[in-house]
Design a protein around this ligand. Sequence first.
Ligand SMILES: Nc1nc2c(ncn2[C@@H]2O[C@H](COP(=O)(O)OP(=O)(O)O)[C@@H](O)[C@H]2O)c(=O)[nH]1
Ligand SMILES: [Mg+2]
Length: 348
Amino acid sequence: MKTGIIGARGAGKSTVFHALTGLAPIPGAAEGKNRARPGQIKVADPRLDFLEATYGSKKKVPVELTVLDFAPNPKEQKEGAALDVSLIPLIRDLDALLVVVPQFAGMNRELAATIESIEGELVFADFDQAERRMERIRKDRSASDFEKAALEKVIKWLEEGKPLRLLELTPQELQTFSSFGFLSRKPALAVVNCEMEAAAADITDAERTAIRARGLDVFRLAAAFEAELWELDEAGQCEMLKEAGLDAPARDRLISALYKHLGLITFYTAGEPEAHGWSLRRGDTALDAAAEIHSDIARGFIRAEVVSFEDFAALKSDAKVKEAGKLRLEGKDYVMRDGDIIHIRFKV
Ligand SMILES: Nc1nc2c(ncn2[C@@H]2O[C@H](COP(=O)(O)OP(=O)(O)O)[C@@H](O)[C@H]2O)c(=O)[nH]1
Ligand SMILES: [Mg+2]
């Protein structure tokens, strides 16, 4: 799962990247041909902590997401725009977007208006792409009427300036557009990058409503403050948070929100060697879960032994789970549920 950080020049995108990943910006590192710099973020997960403690696991492996920071294109310096549009071609194959809205000393942008103008650019890029495809299939007699109709529907929507996130598409239409990478359809979170003193302040109801109406959610993050936290050891971090009147970094909450927004669920494999969290899309099966762990396990899949996290948490041991009849045997078509703890029987 890849999430790109977008926004204006100087909005604090690289600082947000630093705050989320602990990776300090390297000046010029991502410039030139390779403009995207990936970093991993670990998803905090109390259920995984519980499994680690209960099994006495030697190792804990949380789910990770990839975020990408983009270097500016020096040939296209455009001051003051809400979005660095040279990023647009780089974000087509991403799964989600974090949209940074700056609200710190020296750069202060109004939330709803900034989101609106950034989304406007995404909508415009999608419109342009849909129009170009339409032109091509008008000339091509073999193109299907279905695709033409689907494109017309999309173009009409985009002409009204609305993001595709809000347009209902049938599974067949989605299939038609699967390679388009429509930008205004990607799940997105607005990140208000503010000073630490303002981080605890609430987004107003009116603002939140305006953002949600576009299918986005919104979070505050004091990115510069949280980036600094990474430079300290654990004790130093605790002290710095305490001084700021916080009990935990805000990044964990933001990452959890992003995870939910992506429509992901978590399943677990757990035992004494390790407690491991894995992610799947809602609707994925036991066979998909097996493939996530290892392709050999998927190939040799026999069956899955599954217990829900709630049942395990109540009984606290494999033996008791079995005794209570809470261990289910499932086939490869079983639709995985969030929190399932799974053991897959397979032969190679
Ligand atoms: N005071 C303050 N400065 C920030 C904050 N976030 C970013 N900056 C500063 O704003 C400038 C641009 O930040 P950067 O992350 O490089 O922006 P980018 O161009 O979007 O990647 C840098 O000088 C940062 O130190 C913040 O939360 N507070
Ligand atoms: Mg940057």
